[in-house]
Design a protein around this ligand. Sequence first.
Ligand SMILES: Cc1ncc(COP(=O)(O)O)c(C=O)c1O
Length: 399
Amino acid sequence: MAGGGARTAARVTGLAPSAIRRMAVGAPEDAIDLALGEPGWPLPAVAREALATVSAEHGTLPYGPNASRPELVAAVAEVHGQLNGIPTPGADRVMVTSGSQAALFALFSAHVEVGSTVLVPDPGFVSYGSLAHLCQARAAGYPLGPGGVLDADALVATLDAQPDVSLVVLNHPANPTGGVASAAALASVAEACARRGAVLVSDEVYRELWVGERPAGLHEAAGPDAGIVLGSVSKAYGAPGLRVGWAVGDPALLAPARVVHNAMTTAPAGPSQRAATALLRASASVLEEAREHVQVRWETAGRAAPGLLARADTARGSAGRAGASAARAGFYLWLPVPDDVAPADTTDFALRVRDTSRVTTVPGDAFGPAGAGFLRVSLGGPLDDLTEGLGRLAPWCEA
Ligand SMILES: Cc1ncc(COP(=O)(O)O)c(C=O)c1O
């Protein structure tokens, strides 16, 4: 029972606040935050200029079209086509949303039947399970390969073992593991989902943040009709606070999701749309700079805590190409806890580190049972924090 005798809807009870929030509550005031999953480099100049232009204008600030400003839709379409080597999708294939989070909400609401099953990566981004729960569906985790890479055979085996799968989520490069997907694995999963009539959603919000080797994408690997691909200005474009994301794919799958998104929030804020358009139009340079920021962070981690990087690289099976020369995707270090910490004690360990050494990470089991025994360490934040935070963490985990 909530206050005043009001009842909380059953589909909401059971949803816990995110582990990131739980780790923040009660943290020492001077704790360094290596838990937040967002870029810590400055908002690119083109976005700052667009926001300044909006604020200098003398006039109204209208809602704008439900489908978002046409020039933003066109910019998303053009960049998506270029980055995937496919023709520029039509406007009916692009749904602009309030962050990719709202795209997920709208797609789940539109396609996940009550009582059906949603396949989610284990470990995986916590929202996938929460959204399945909100839709009164069952989230079933599928296992990933070493280093969190997409193991298509394991996913298809999980799919074939479930009677009623409404939706399958892929996330690559992955939060929290940084794992990627090969083009062949993506094509194979797309084929299996089409055969089973499951909607395939490929969350690719970290894709352009690579070092050394660009990861594959679903539409690039399997064509523009293979599922829905999600993107966002929040990670690679350095602008999480704008709250602009998108979904690209089959218009018939997007149409009911648009209805949900309109009911929920109409469209992203007008100034955000203007800034997002500017970012997308400057895509080539903005993404190149973002990759430099990410590379600097991995190099900083290598200098500040080589033992941590080596430990994570050994666990992800990249001992041959570890350290500075390893290919990286995204900005998360997926770090095994020390050998003498039982996987079931991962959260206790993360809290001990937080309270003793004043550095906050996310315990891996927050992302699913297979995450037990790992910490997610974000390298995305300010560089000074990163050096200091990893320095505090290293003595706990380098053994
Ligand atoms: C894998 C993944 N997908 C989607 C999101 C949501 O991002 P946004 O709504 O800011 O686009 C996040 C945010 O952390 C994420 O890690």
